[in-house]
Design a protein around this ligand. Sequence first.
Ligand SMILES: C[S@@+](CC[C@H](N)C(=O)[O-])C[C@H]1O[C@@H](n2cnc3c(N)ncnc32)[C@H](O)[C@@H]1O
Length: 339
Amino acid sequence: MAARPLSEAILNYMVSWTKMDWPPDWEKVFGRPGPLVVEIGFGTGEFLVDRALVHPEMNFVGIERSWVSVQRLFKRLERSQPENVRVVHGGADFVLEHLISAESVSHFYINFPDPWPKERHHGRRLIQPAFVQALSERLAPGGTVTVATDHQGYASWISEILEAQPFLRSGFQSPSVLRLRGRKPTKYERKALDAGVPVRYFVWRREAGGVLAKTVEKVGPMPNMLLKGKYDRARLPADFEACSWRTDHRGVTVVIKLPAVYTDRNGDCLVEAMVREGSFSQHFGVLVLARPGDRVLIKLSPIGQPRPTWGVKQAVGRVGEMVLALCSGLSVVESAVGR
Ligand SMILES: C[S@@+](CC[C@H](N)C(=O)[O-])C[C@H]1O[C@@H](n2cnc3c(N)ncnc32)[C@H](O)[C@@H]1O
């Protein structure tokens, strides 16, 4: 069969998670039931695709923050075309917390996470107590997490963190082993084995207990504002000043930045916006559009595909306030940006 173009691979395999309820119903995403297997930081994707082909009865989600790696996986998926793989482009902490529900995962794989060897960088390591707790809460009872590393310092660190988790037990007599049968080595694994560097494999099983409440965060309506009155299209681009705010919402730090404004040839404006809510960052545009009947519509641009979170609504509201401050003849007709 001829390889499909990349765009089609994106349509088939990429999960548009910003547009879905959190966590998504993975059986709906795959279009069938099946044990859920998650690989975090899949790199070239070789291991993920191999597992998916060996286990067609299981549903595989790959999480990776590097877009280059995601594209590499798409190429691989185009070639082998498994139906049981989906790709989430994002950071593991956030994705785990919001997109994977409690007790839903049969296996997690974390192969050769970046070791960050310098002591001052240890805070950047993926394997941290809170992260492993989140893994443990999302494993179904009896489910396993496999971690592999060739960095002996990181192996000791991982060992300590796993041993401190009350609901995880090693599948072996020791915290890790030096050989694991039936694995197709990953790129980093091959490098280590070829160089004679010992690899430590941790396979830890989730025991019963420590259940996390299941919650769903629905996608809200798109925020917009409708203004009425005399609008001078030239004012916003002429008098715009980059601005930013930091605030707290439900215990989460929210940072909103409006760094620039762009104008098209009709004089309609797009205000660039960046919103960070905890570990979730979005970069998008807010449109300011003159409409017939002395109306001005302020709404989200599809650029950046923003999820309408609280912070995004605030950004739209701030743009509205900016326009109202610059054009005193305008007033609000409708607003769906919340408080
Ligand atoms: C050292 S590479 C290992 C790649 C592959 N697993 C292997 O064994 O060949 C680490 C991978 O984890 C990804 N990664 C690192 N931190 C991540 C995070 N917080 N969320 C998702 N992926 C992450 C990196 O982009 C990179 O692809």
